[in-house]
Design a protein around this ligand. Structure first.
Ligand SMILES: Nc1ncnc2c1ncn2[C@@H]1O[C@H](COP(=O)(O)OP(=O)(O)O)[C@@H](O)[C@H]1O
Ligand SMILES: [Mg+2]
Length: 257
């Protein structure tokens, strides 16, 4: 598998002197589903923003990132759906295509298709205020996918949703990932969510933000587990959650000393 993005010894210090990241290295191969897991303030959002080309590293380098022409080839989903309240669902999803200068004749069918991907084909004329939290997040995902990016960056997209909605969207996301050959970098602070979704969990620690552990979730031999309700009941799932929790706690223990 070819490497899609690579952070090499990346550091980020903000203008106010906050050192958000130091010596952060991470390579993401095409087709991977990688979760960045870590406590609040460990620099997860900063990593995503830099991959997207929305912020520049203070030191080190990012290869194959969203800067320049690559920017068109990624979708970004934020924790808040950040929809335009005055525009219909269809117009919200249309926005990235308009920004790219895609003609309306071509854009219409693509918006329809993106809404179908997230099961909202019947809601194109609705306004965001008429939708539930989970539906708004679906619109946000449709908007990120409408340009057909290779890389999807998601920053705690489901954190504000109730458990049932979150599980449903987890499954929908996995289906999109599998069916569309996406590469996903997913930020979460939920151990269970990261293990359920990912092919690899990257555990980060704070002050300064860096990688402290990595766990590959699927076994190195045999077929990957099917990620469904059954998967949550497997001993392998519980074991992976324990390993990831320990890696997180190792960081917390270290911080206390
Ligand atoms: N624009 C900014 N200016 C100054 N400090 C910032 C800025 N953005 C983030 N930080 C700080 O950098 C650190 C990492 O932030 P962030 O990447 O948002 O962490 P996370 O997403 O893991 O919670 C935090 O200490 C945060 O307060
Ligand atoms: Mg964050």
């Amino acid at each position: 598998m070819s490497v899609l993005i690579e952070l090499r010894e990346v550091g980020k210090t903000f203008a106010n002197g906050t050192q958000a990241l130091a010596g952060m290295s991470l390579a993401v191969a095409e087709g991977e589903f990688v979760s960045l897991l870590g406590p609040s303030g460990c620099g997860k959002s900063t990593v995503l923003r830099m991959i997207a080309g929305l912020a520049a590293p203070s030191s080190g380098e990012i290869v194959g990132a969203g800067a320049g022409k690559g920017a068109r080839d990624l979708g970004f989903v934020f924790q808040e759906p950040t929809l335009m309240p005055w525009a219909t669902v269809r117009d919200n999803v249309l926005l990235p295509l308009r920004l790219q200068g895609v003609a309306p004749a071509g854009a219409g069918p693509r918006v329809k298709q993106a809404l179908a991907l997230v099961g909202l084909e019947k809601f194109g004329r609705s306004y965001p205020r008429e939708l539930s939290g989970g539906m708004k997040m679906r619109v946000s995902i449709a908007r990120a996918l409408v340009t057909r990016p290779k890389l999807l960056l998601m920053d705690e997209p489901f954190a504000a949703l109730d458990e049932m909605t979150r599980m449903k969207l987890n499954d929908d996301l996995l289906r999109l990932w599998r069916e569309h050959g996406l590469t996903v970098v997913f930020v979460t602070h939920s151990v269970y969510e990261s293990v359920y979704l990912s092919s690899r969990v990257v555990v980060m620690a704070a002050r300064p933000g860096r990688v402290v552990a990595e766990e590959t979730i699927d076994p190195t031999t045999g077929a990957p587990y099917l990620r469904d309700a059954e998967f949550r009941l497997l001993p392998e799932y519980a074991a992976a959650c324990r390993r990831v929790s320990r890696a997180l706690q190792g960081d917390a223990a270290e911080a206390r000393t």
